[in-house]
Design a binder for this molecule. Structure first.
Ligand SMILES: N[C@@H](CCC(=O)N[C@@H](CS)C(=O)NCC(=O)O)C(=O)O
Length: 233
């Protein structure tokens, strides 16, 4: 896709969702262990859950499940019984669940302050705008592309509505690359440590422990992911 159209449509996706996930808020108890999320980037229901993760300043171990993908879809069917996304696993409480609205309510009860903000609460308007955000991205991050599985999950510093982070998450998703999602929205308690570690406060930032790669710049990251993991049969 032409870069201008790519970035412009990604900005539009965030505008349609009124920037949900750009700022932390109503943050509560911190989980001892990272939560696990089966999802795919363009799924509107998964989007609402990722927005909640970003707003609640939570990290996730993301297992991308694009359509046509095998790596984690089959794992989820064995685990939860069906291929429906999103699916949350909380190793801290042993809870596992389908249904985005239920997941968002659970996250706010366990790791927020109870109430769910209007922008993330259930309701047709939120589902429609979350779907519109996928439509303006032409469904990027929906279908799998053949790839080699990494031995270790990658790590991405991101926040949900960043147009550049979205472009990277879409590719991680299409390639079914598992990754640790470090959310660093405005107000995040993780920002300072991240800036110290990476040298500047800018996202997306990718660390690939499999190759020792550390990099900024969405276009470069996407090119790196394709070069390193996409199958070129
Ligand atoms: N009511 C569910 C709807 C979830 C849903 O319909 N997810 C779609 C993706 S957007 C799905 O899992 N489709 C099956 C598939 O992708 O194979 C929720 O809010 O979580």
């Amino acid at each position: 896709m032409n870069r201008l159209l790519d970035v412009g449509s990604s900005v539009l996706a965030s505008v349609v969702r009124l920037g949900a996930g750009s700022q932390t808020g109503r943050v509560g108890t911190r989980p001892a262990q990272r939560l696990v999320l089966y999802e795919f980037e363009s799924c509107p229901f998964c989007r609402k859950v990722r927005e909640a993760f970003s707003t609640l300043d939570l990290e996730a171990e993301v297992r991308p499940c694009p359509k046509g993908g095998k790596r984690f879809r089959e794992e989820l069917v064995k685990r939860g019984g069906k291929a429906q996304f999103p699916y949350l696993v909380d190793p801290n409480t042993g809870k596992e669940m389908y249904e985005s609205d239920e997941i968002v309510r659970y996250l706010y009860a366990a790791y927020g302050q109870g109430d769910v903000p209007a922008l993330l609460a259930g309701g047709p308007l939120n589902d429609v705008t979350a779907s519109m955000a996928s439509a303006v991205r032409f469904g990027a991050g929906t279908r799998s592309k053949a790839s080699t599985a990494p031995a270790e999950p990658l790590e991405l510093w991101s926040y949900e509505p960043s147009p550049f982070c979205r472009i990277v998450r879409e590719r991680l998703c299409a390639l079914e690359l598992p990754y640790v999602l470090h959310n660093v929205a405005k107000g995040s308690g993780a920002r300072e440590a991240f800036a110290e570690r990476s040298g500047r406060m800018m996202v997306p930032y990718l660390v690939d422990p499999n190759t020792g790669t550390k990099m900024f710049e969405s276009a470069d990251i996407v090119a790196y992911l394709d070069r390193t993991y996409a199958s070129h049969a």
